[in-house]
Design a protein around this ligand. Structure first.
Ligand SMILES: Cc1cc2nc3c(=O)[nH]c(=O)nc-3n(C[C@H](O)[C@H](O)[C@H](O)COP(=O)(O)OP(=O)(O)OC[C@H]3O[C@@H](n4cnc5c(N)ncnc54)[C@H](O)[C@@H]3O)c2cc1C
Length: 336
């Protein structure tokens, strides 16, 4: 069978819903499909025996042509033995030109396992995808410690890439038809090399910065003279979450879970307020999907201003108290 199509891993979350990154990848796959003819977009779901109708229709509304489902109640939770092997078997049965997988914990394992089994290359943690010469997948990723980005053309098939969450924006389309393909795989025949002795549930932080609509972010400029106290006050007034740059984490003002950027989290709030942050490439990687970026910096040449919708040049120790006072006044007026 000639390699055809773009195969996407349809990762499910614990509630058996498709993760957002899959819709983001579908949106990008549609763009790639327009550049290379006649390629079907397929999503492979590996999960328990449930009714997938709603999920299939929703995937269709984001551009999936086929949804391949492998279901068994032993697949209710992610399993290191089963999921990577099943995905590989699907990629062997429906040989794709390209495989796109979210760079999640599951996705990273599945992608590396599949690449080894299919003896092909894998570009990990991409920040963009396009079609290059000879209709090959062109994957962009940071390199040299994030100082540069590399465009990588993979010449072995399938061409594989993992892409971080929140890199692309998901957009649905109307009137797109989708086929469901139920595929049976004999799970008993899969080698069980890993024995799971105990699973411990991670406590999910409801205040995860990746789910926040408004983020107030502090950098090295705010790490002096109690600047972060002002950042927390402003965030409280705006009902926002606090995050920051790597400098702020290294100086102990935020945790690793609050760090934004290449080695932190990629965020996509409606409003991102960058205070005392210069706008290094590694930081910008994490914020490029923000709705509006507002920057406060005393250096009018700070690179962050090239990426902001609103730039305030000035000392944060003058600007933030003023902003907080204005918000106090608005609150008082609303109370009256
Ligand atoms: C491999 C690698 C990965 C990295 N990953 C990340 C990452 O994930 N996230 C990340 O953020 N960085 C990352 N970095 C670090 C990155 O290169 C920058 O060093 C870092 O982002 C700088 O943080 P900053 O903007 O807070 O500090 P600085 O670059 O020092 O900027 C501080 C800014 O504050 C302004 N300022 C100072 N005082 C005031 C004041 N009173 N009022 C207003 N403005 C003021 C200054 O004008 C300056 O622009 C990474 C680096 C490498 C090599």
């Amino acid at each position: 069978m000639e390699p055809n199509g773009i195969l996407i891993y349809g990762e499910l979350n614990e509630e058996q819903e498709i993760k957002t990154v899959v819709y983001e990848l579908l949106t990008k796959a549609r763009e790639l499909k327009e550049k290379i003819w006649n390629q079907a977009i397929r999503v492979c779901i590996i999960g328990p025996r449930i009714n997938y109708e709603e999920i299939i229709n929703k995937l269709g509304s984001y551009g999936a042509d086929d949804v391949i489902i492998v279901s068994d109640n032993r697949l209710k939770e992610y399993n290191h033995n089963y999921h990577p092997e099943i995905f590989t078997q699907i990629a062997q049965k429906f040989p794709p030109r390209m495989i796109l997988i979210g760079a999640t914990l599951q996705g990273k394992e599945i992608a590396s396992y599949t690449a080894v089994k299919l003896e092909t290359g894998l570009t990990a943690d991409c920040t963009d995808l396009d079609i290059g010469e000879n209709n090959l997948l062109l994957s962009t990723r940071p390199t040299f410690g994030g100082q540069l980005t590399a465009d990588i053309l993979c010449s072995t098939f399938p061409q594989m890439a993992t892409i971080q969450e929140n890199i692309f924006k998901a957009h649905s389309i109307e009137n797109h038809s989708v086929n469901a393909i139920y595929n049976w795989i004999d799970i008993d025949k899969i080698d069980k090399r890993i024995n799971i002795i105990k699973s411990i549930k991670k406590i999910i932080n409801k205040h995860d910065i990746q789910n926040s609509k408004i983020l107030v972010s502090g950098g090295a400029g705010a790490c002096q003279n109690n600047g972060f106290a002002l950042i927390y006050q402003l965030a409280q007034k705006l009902k926002a979450q606090v995050c920051g740059s790597r400098e702020a984490r290294e100086k102990g003002f935020i945790t690793k879970a609050q760090q934004v950027g290449q080695t932190g989290k990629i965020v996509s709030p409606d409003i991102y307020i960058a205070i005392g942050i210069s706008g290094a490439n590694q930081h910008l990687t994490g914020i490029k999907n923000s709705g509006k970026i507002i920057a406060v910096n005393k250096d009018k040449n700070a690179p962050i201003f090239n990426y902001s919708d609103i730039g305030i040049v000035g000392d944060l120790f003058e600007i933030l108290p003023e902003l907080i006072r204005s918000l106090d006044n608005i609150e008082e007026e609303n109370d009256q």
